[in-house]
Design a protein. Sequence first.
Length: 445
Amino acid sequence: MKFIETLKNIWKIEELRSKILTTLLFVLIYRFGSFVVLPGIDPEALVALKSQTSGGLMSLLDMFSGGAFSNASIFALGIMPYITASIVVQLLTIAIPYFQKMQREGESGRRKMNQLTRYLTVAILLLQGPSYLVNLKVQLGHAGAAMPAGVWFSVSSTIILCAGSMFVMWLGERMTDRGIGNGISMLIMIGIIARFPGALLQEFTSKLNDAGGGLVMFLAEIVVLLLVIAACILLVQGTRKVPVQYAKRMVGNKQYGGVRQYIPLKVNAAGVMPIIFAQAIMMIPIMIAGFNADNVGNFMRLFMDNTSFLYNFVFAILIIVFTYFYTAITINPTQMAEEMKINNGFIPGVKPGKKTAEYLDNIMDRITLPGSFFLAIVAILPAFASIFGVTSEFSQFYGGTSLLILVGVVLDTLQQIESHLLMRHYDGLMESGRIKGRTGSIAAY
């Protein structure tokens, strides 16, 4: 079988084998840490916290942390504070000249920005840590238990939560350096996958107990889920090819150019980043409320309900805006036009230089618009799934952040594995052609 032969070829490549085993080791460390409960907390008294995170926006928070949030784990705050800090730093590069200059400094500038991102992550964690402990105290009270009293417990637990999230960030960076795929993306994907078997079993049990054709509905839901996955793959891989003609030129006795090539412009050049940006902003209200929606007004509560119209409308608008924003900082038509001009390339019927940059910019605007709308529709699909009777946990896999992250990270990882195979003159993973990954990566800051 080709699958068995491919696995053997992967195992034969020492570097690839080492990367995969290292990634698995880091994943095991991450999963183990998500079950290590904060000192002084009784794991048996977390029933109310698990119930709180079984649906709504809290379910998403728990999903991103791989269940660590509902386990009151040392990794409870997860990787989201780092992502939030990264978003703030990226926005500052647009608004503040100092950060723009730093971005243009190359590798040294990136190191400075990464260091600033880490400092900002710590500041966010120091704010979120006490909020998490306040919510944990309330939920333990609902279960008839109590959290250890005293300032020392609050301070030490906040430090542990901060250290746990920073360790997760460090683990993700080491996975990127020594493992396969993008580390931060992989950790989020592992957290999402960890929730899938339980959500699927819960949905199956729910439909099994439904006397009105429950199993037929369950099979229909699986078919719809597969169709949504196919749509996500098309969204990640969709491109528009722009023809580029290279002029003939002679260097000595050799002729170069005279060929036509194509620039593949991504329909969704921003990848999953607009959803990550928008999701981080939509989680701000619930974080300000201390992860507890009981003590806020009705208007604020709507922003904490991921099935409400207001939440999904604002979420979709933010995704469209951030799609244009991230595409603008990812794709540089002026630079592309200059590179074509240097290499004696031109787009047929378009003058080189400024006209080519304007032409590419117009194409990106036209293909980004439907891409952004499609991305927004996929992002709010879980709300529609909930309306049609799908359980809250399983509905998260019908689109939104979870499914796009799964599709994007899997394609990226498979693309890297295939590159290693092709470099050693082995067959790729697919007979029909090479795997296309995405351009936007969660940790590509």
